[in-house]
Ligand binder design. Structure first.
Ligand code: AMP
Length: 282
């Protein structure tokens, strides 16, 4: 596995791949890698000849009171996991390289970014889209793989790819979970065992929603009631939102249909967790 920090080196590696006619797959991450990230690598490998992973904790997407400084970072471990999984090029730019003095341009998302995560995390998605646009311009992937775990993020990235004509295919990979259902997340390291037990409420509530839908429930208020009933059994979990929404604009639906998304966000202590499911997809 090659590892590059400098933008110039990345560009010359990319030029060489093009000259040799290789398709490049791309998995952007903030590091602290887990099996969820590595499953994206598997998917990228299936769809391309060379896989690039970036590890970059993007300051632009963190709000003032958020965990940018304490976000878990362990490049030695990430490097070993990425190499073991068959990443061909690990791109680890510095903050100064991606945002040199004077950098001032942002990608402004549409109104879909104002809801849910965006309502709680002002400016978050402008930060995400700005770094993703930069990384797409640098890596110039044929295929980019994102996780369903961050469903509003991938919805907005898809919008950006379409709206700004990025010449790439965007692929969404399913959420990887621990055997008990907890969605893998770099932030799970913040959870002590009692908090982790509370965090399970998210996947349990989603499972109840899936079951209710499978049993014929199509009323969003009734579905929300089922979710709240499960969450009530996890009093350490403080819900931020329960979103029962369409997959394009992420607006609350009047009737639940196959493809309707149920997205949850909640806090356990100081840790904020998100999870979601696409109804009728299993
Ligand atoms: P992050 O490092 O948290 O920015 O995530 C990098 C990519 O990994 C994003 O596309 C995420 O959606 C994806 N991802 C994070 N957690 C999971 C998971 N449990 N399963 C699948 N993909 C994930």
């Amino acid at each position: 596995m090659a590892e590059v920090e400098a933008i110039g080196q990345l560009r010359s590696w990319r030029r060489q791949q093009r000259e040799e006619g290789r398709r490049v797959g791309f998995v952007p991450t903030m590091g602290a890698l887990h099996e969820g990230h590595l499953a994206l690598v598997d998917r990228a490998r299936d769809l391309s000849d060379r896989v690039v992973m970036s590890v970059f904790v993007n300051p632009l997407q963190f709000g003032p009171g958020e965990d940018f400084t304490r976000y878990p970072r362990n490049l030695d471990r990430d490097r070993a996991l990425a190499e073991d999984r068959g990443v061909d090029l690990l791109f680890v730019p510095t903050v100064e390289a991606l945002y040199p003095e004077g950098a001032d341009t942002r990608v402004v998302p549409g109104t879909t970014a104002d809801r849910w995560e965006g309502a709680v995390r002002a400016g978050h998605f402008a930060g995400v889209l700005t770094v993703v646009a930069k990384l797409f311009n640098l890596v110039q992937p044929d295929v980019a793989v994102f996780g369903q775990k961050d469903i509003q993020q991938v919805t907005l990235v898809r919008r950006m790819v379409d709206d700004l004509d990025f010449p790439l295919r965007l692929v969404v990979a399913p959420t990887v979970r621990d055997p008990d259902g907890l969605a893998l997340s770099s932030r799970n390291v913040y959870l002590d065992p009692p908090s982790r037990a509370q965090a399970l409420g998210l996947s349990r509530a989603l499972a109840a929603a899936e079951q209710a839908f499978a049993d014929g429930e199509t009323n969003p208020a009734a579905l929300e009631g089922r979710i709240r009933a499960i969450l009530a059994g996890f009093p350490g979990l403080k819900p931020d939102y329960i979103a029962i929404i369409d997959p394009e604009r992420l607006e609350a639906v009047a009737a639940v249909v196959p493809g309707t998304i149920v997205a949850l966000a909640a806090r356990v202590g100081a840790t904020r967790l998100i999870d979601n499911t696409i109804l009728g997809a299993h």
